[in-house]
Design a protein around this ligand. Structure first.
Ligand code: F6P
Length: 357
């Protein structure tokens, strides 16, 4: 009897179910006597012993379903070694449930924080295989994460819709795209949606450069402009502050998010009418796009293959069109960021897109 635990952790995305289906289908083909434990609400379920046994029928009809059939939650890695409010040692509790359920391995789907905890479990002796999930596309060791392309499509659609109304009214529009630490989603949606200005966490902006780009468009007779701004976009001035200074400044900040600050500054400096649109969590919702369904199915099947071969301690990544195993200790704790000197930024600048630098 083979026993495998599935766990989805952190912010969800559109193709978690498609990925689990890929793992399950391949496992069911390989083993006639396999039990899949659906560990509920991420690491919370592993800590507090909540699971549901999944059957082949649970994986039917979920290729196109967003969300996750086993739920998710955020359990910060930083607090994993801190006992809970009742003094429970979370790491010990996870190891004890893993043993009690007699699991042969854990299949963990998640982003950066999730990978740090997955690596911790590996170091503590659990057999672990992970899959790179996040709309942010910021996991080290893989060219692409599942969920990213679906989110790009949604954010692009938001920019497309804004385009027509911005043109009618002759306004400046800011579309705020998800991504606190990295700007992949904003960069791709911004290029795909034809944004005039893109502001990313990796390229601190100078509001004067932004205003200059807007004034140039006005001088060219353009009646409207569109900015794609990442949640984590940061001014040059703020980027120069220490962590402590920035925290204090942000506490006193009256704006709900960076777009509102940029919007007000633009309005004051150019006199143009500015509107803000925040698609927010719609970027993580709905059905996965076709590209994600393929990537998820491939990654899922490859993860099952690792289990069948008894190769544990890896994330399945996607490199140059091929699925590759990447050692978990190499992945944990690293972030894949947009390189300001990369060719995609050069090409975007070649298209006339301003990054505010
Ligand atoms: O990591 C995925 C992500 O959607 C980020 O892009 C976003 O900043 C964050 O999660 C939002 O988190 P929450 O769903 O906890 O508000």
């Amino acid at each position: 009897m083979k026993r495998v635990g599935f766990l989805t952790s952190g912010g969800d995305c559109q193709s978690l179910n498609a990925t689990m289906r890929g793992v399950a289908k391949t496992l069911y083909q390989a083993y006639s006597d396999i039990e899949i434990y659906g560990i509920l609400e991420g690491y919370k379920g592993l800590i507090y012993g909540n699971y549901r046994k999944l059957k082949p029928r649970d994986f039917s009809g979920i290729l196109t379903e967003g969300g996750t059939i086993i739920g998710t939650s955020r359990q910060p890695f930083k607090q994993m070694r801190t006992p809970d409010e009742n003094g429970l040692d979370k790491v010990k509790a996870m190891l004890s449930n893993y043993k009690e359920w007699k699991l042969d391995c854990l299949v963990i789907l998640g982003g950066n924080g999730t990978h740090k905890t997955a690596n911790l479990l590996r170091e503590e002796g659990c057999n672990v295989v992970t899959l790179p999930k996040t709309i942010d596309n910021d996991i080290w060791g893989t060219d692409i994460t599942f969920g990213f392309q679906s989110a790009v499509d949604i954010a692009t659609n938001a920019i497309d819709c804004i385009h027509t109304t911005a043109a009618s009214h002759g306004r400046v529009f800011i579309v705020e795209v998800m991504g606190h630490k990295v700007g992949w989603l904003t960069l791709h949606a911004g290029i795909a949606g034809g944004a005039d200005i893109i502001l990313l966490p990796e390229i601190p902006y100078d509001i004067k450069s932004v205003v200059k780009a807007l004034d140039k468009r006005t001088a060219e007779g353009k009646r409207f402009s569109i900015l794609a701004v990442a949640e984590g976009a940061i001014s040059k001035e703020d980027a120069a502050l220490s962590k402590k200074e920035l925290k204090a400044k942000r506490k006193a900040n009256p704006y709900p998010s960076i777009s509102y600050q940029v919007g007000q500054e633009i309005q004051e400096r150019t006199g143009q009418e500015v509107r803000i649109t925040v698609p927010g969590h719609t970027q993580r919702g709905g059905a996965p796009c076709a590209y994600d369904r393929v990537i998820s199915s491939r990654l899922g099947s490859a993860a099952a293959r690792l289990i069948i071969e008894g190769k544990y301690g890896y994330m399945v990544g996607f490199k140059d069109g091929e699925i590759v195993p990447v050692p978990l200790e190499d992945v944990a704790g690293k972030l894949k960021m947009v390189d300001p000197a990369s060719s995609i930024i050069r090409e975007a600048k070649g298209l006339g897109i301003c990054f505010g630098d």
